[in-house]
Ligand binder design. Structure first.
Ligand code: ADP
Ligand code: NI
Length: 218
């Protein structure tokens, strides 16, 4: 898919498909999450390099087959879409391999990005998981899954396998310790590292305030 016009069309079709598909998500993975991740990924690719078309496609499609959103029976939607729009195999494989590397899989699980494009999309997705937006998304997810906000007797766990991470039903505050506060030090690109700093500090302040209020101190 070499012509710019063809690529533009493919991006447009894909955006429309994803926009409709994620319109009503109430778990913090709605269309606007995809939109923010796509825009951040484009910005990083413009600064750091990488194949812009591949980056944008992977960002748009990155949550379509996510285990948190689609049951196992729905797996393979991304591949089906790429076949439907007639993308050459080589490009489809690249997009699918980036998406496979994007997700966080547990505090103790290695998720290194093996290409610049994967590093960029991973950074964009992880930036949207932290800061003020990240906090909002996390409580939306917890509410969507019927989780408690916090329970003083349930301590965070540093999951050493993806299976253990997937099984947790712990209160939402635990997710800050099990994932969100770890992301700053796991960013790939220097642009994302800089942005992560302020978002990280905001979460730390938020948690401090949360616990002070929980104990009725302020
Ligand atoms: P990833 O693929 O890395 O999981 P996503 O874009 O799919 O990234 O979204 C992850 C977001 O979903 C988290 O940052 C958080 O907001 C929410 N989330 C996932 N698991 C939990 C959980 N156990 N508790 C609360 N929020 C969660
Ligand atoms: Ni995402």
């Amino acid at each position: 898919m070499n012509s710019i016009i063809q690529q533009k069309k493919v991006l447009e079709y894909t955006e429309n498909f994803i926009r409709v598909r994620f319109e009503k998500d109430g778990s913090g993975h709605d269309w606007w999450h995809i939109h923010r991740v796509r825009n951040l990924a484009i910005r990083f690719a413009n600064i750091e390099g990488g194949d812009l078309f591949i980056v944008e496609m992977a960002a748009l499609l990155h949550d379509l087959d996510d285990w948190k959103l689609s049951g196992d029976e729905q797996m393979g939607q991304t591949k089906a879409w790429l076949i439907q729009i007639g993308l050459p195999n080589e490009q489809s494989e690249k997009i699918l391999s980036i998406i496979a590397e994007v997700s966080f899989k547990g505090a103790g699980v290695e998720t290194a990005a093996t290409s610049l494009e994967a590093a960029i999309v991973q950074d964009a997705d992880r930036l949207d998981a932290i800061g003020a937006v990240g906090i909002a998304r996390t409580f939306a997810y917890g509410g969507n899954k019927g989780r408690l906000l916090y329970h003083p007797d349930e301590n965070p766990e540093m999951h050493s396998s993806f299976e253990a991470y997937q099984k947790t039903t712990a209160p939402t505050i635990n997710h800050f310790y099990e994932k969100l506060l770890l992301l700053r030090d796991r960013m790939n690109t220097s642009t994302a590292k800089k942005m992560a700093e302020g978002r990280h500090q905001f979460m730390e302040k938020y948690l401090e305030q949360f616990f002070s209020e929980w104990e009725g101190k302020i």
